[in-house]
Write a protein of this length. Structure first.
Length: 498
């Protein structure tokens, strides 16, 4: 038998070679209820994962054994008995330990990524004594896979087109003037999943957070390919310039919404970047948009995957800043209505209603707010894992521990990613109608991000003083004439919703 985990659902997990199954090898999937008992997942995430698994199982008919069990171990015993089983390397340390502990299971290399783990290890070892930064890795991947290259040089003469991709949203616009993203249609399998989740909750068996409306993200290979095609054809052109911008009424902007499909294994990253490049070479998409999209997948996604394994399992416990404040209940429950600050209320509501926001709200609103308040980075990481439809252990450990919360002290990024309200005001339309003012540090209308930013710098000035990328903000901190008032105000605000 060949065992497919719930994030190994695309055809590239079944091609022969590297312990891949033959065309007639019996297949196995296990739906383990214990997974949903361990964490309070977003309801839309639970629905998407189970829908994707059950859709994939239905496609194989009698070749697939689909087991609903309490645990993976129980399911494996029921389905395989003592027979030999193959499986591709899972995507978490816990799952990898588990499959390796089973004598009957042979574990093959991971699939679903552009770079094999052994190749990354060799690259990182070859840079001994220097930091393995994402930009260097990204250029190495592009050379190795001949992505957006003109001979030995990057297409267009520059590796990085971020400078062209940082526009604020169009003024006086509620939404970008682009066609809507692909939306799937639910079927009887979706109905079955929703009925099961309702029953589990009624029975007190599991508990979820967030809303589960009509499914917004692909659950099948056909849907994922349709979503990719629609993005490339209708939305890629506008993606680059506004990829860092935010609009209250347009949470999707021109983003691809393909992260969940990639992380479920429904799409192969190679097909995504190669087809995007083909759009540019055919003159149908600008280079800055295509490079920005390729960077997200061939650069950042690959980099995060490899750092998860490269840094080791203890990395998840990194807490260099010694942040230990627990997450408040209103945050855990996605209670956006408890929040007055318009940017945070808007983004928290997006997570509540869809289980998704794009990368800037994640980093510069949700993550930045948690960092400024000194919340426990392990708890913040678990929250992102549970509440986002594309969240997995390997995704969130580096993204949150390393980048968002700077809990590793700079192993992954060169500075903490946090800002005052001025950044949010520049890159969005969120500040205008807000009760708070982005330029106010103190008083009734003091922006919680602005006051929180200066409080964060003040609290960690000794740790950050030797970092050249924080020298200018620290110099600004020393010029504040109301710092004492800011400190007193933020202590009083505490962990209450802003």
């Amino acid at each position: 038998m060949h065992w497919l985990f719930g994030d190994q659902l695309g055809p590239h997990f079944l091609t022969p070679g590297d312990h891949g199954p033959a065309r007639d090898t019996p297949l196995l999937m296990i739906e383990a209820r214990s997974v949903f008992r361990r964490r309070r997942f977003h309801r839309a995430k639970a629905h998407l994962v189970l829908s994707a698994m059950r859709h994939r199982a239905a496609e194989f008919g009698d070749r697939m054994t689909y087991v609903r069990a309490e645990t993976y171990r129980d399911g494996l015993a029921r389905a395989a008995g003592g027979r030999s089983v193959t499986v591709h390397h899972p995507t978490s340390y816990a799952a990898a330990r588990f499959v390796r502990s089973l004598r009957q299971v042979t574990v093959g290399p991971a699939r679903g990524f552009l770079v094999p783990r052994r190749d990354f290890a060799e690259w990182a070892e070859g840079r001994a004594g220097t930091r393995s930064r994402q930009e260097d890795f990204y250029r190495w991947v592009r050379r190795g896979h001949n992505l957006l290259m003109d001979g030995d040089e990057p297409a267009g003469g520059r590796w990085n087109l971020d400078h062209d991709n940082r526009r604020p949203p169009p003024r006086d616009a509620d939404a970008l003037p682009v066609p809507a993203p692909y939306r799937p249609r639910e079927d009887e399998i979706d109905d079955e999943v929703r009925h099961d989740l309702d029953r589990w909750e009624r029975d007190g068996d599991v508990s979820f957070v967030g809303s589960d409306g009509p499914r917004r993200f692909p659950a099948t290979r056909a849907e994922a390919r349709a979503a990719l095609r629609r993005f490339l054809t209708h939305r890629l052109e506008a993606f680059g310039p506004y990829e860092d911008a935010m609009l209250a009424a347009d949470p999707v902007m021109s983003h691809s919404l393909l992260s969940s499909s990639l992380n479920l294994g429904l799409l192969d990253p190679a097909e995504c970047v190669e087809r995007a490049e083909a759009e540019w070479r055919a003159g149908r998409a600008p280079l800055n948009s295509v490079e920005g999209f390729v960077r997200q997948i061939a650069g950042w996604r690959e980099y995060v995957w490899h750092l998860y394994w490269h840094f080791g399992e203890d990395y998840r416990r990194s807490n260099t800043l010694r942040h230990t404040t627990p997450l408040p209940g209103w945050w855990r429950d996605l209670d956006a209505e408890a929040v007055r600050a318009r940017c945070l209320r808007t983004v928290l509501a997006q997570v509540r209603d869809t289980g998704w926001t794009h990368h800037i709200p994640r980093l510069m609103i949700l993550g930045s707010y948690a960092l400024q308040r000194g919340w426990d980075p392990a708890e913040v990481t678990d929250w992102f894992h549970r509440c986002f439809v594309d969240g997995y252990d390997w995704v969130m450990i580096p993204n949150v521990i390393g980048m968002s919360q700077y809990a590793d002290g700079g192993r992954m990024t060169t500075k903490p990613y946090t800002s005052g309200g001025a950044y949010v005001n520049r890159m969005s339309d969120l500040c205008g109608p807000c009760h708070y003012r982005p330029g106010d540090r103190t008083g009734e209308r003091a922006c919680p991000f602005t006051a929180g930013y200066w409080t964060f710098l003040d609290h960690h000035r000794d740790r950050l003083k030797d970092n050249p990328r924080t020298a200018r903000p620290l110099a600004g901190l020393d010029r504040l004439d109301d710092l004492t008032d800011v400190r007193r105000q933020e202590r009083k605000r505490g962990n209450a919703p802003p």
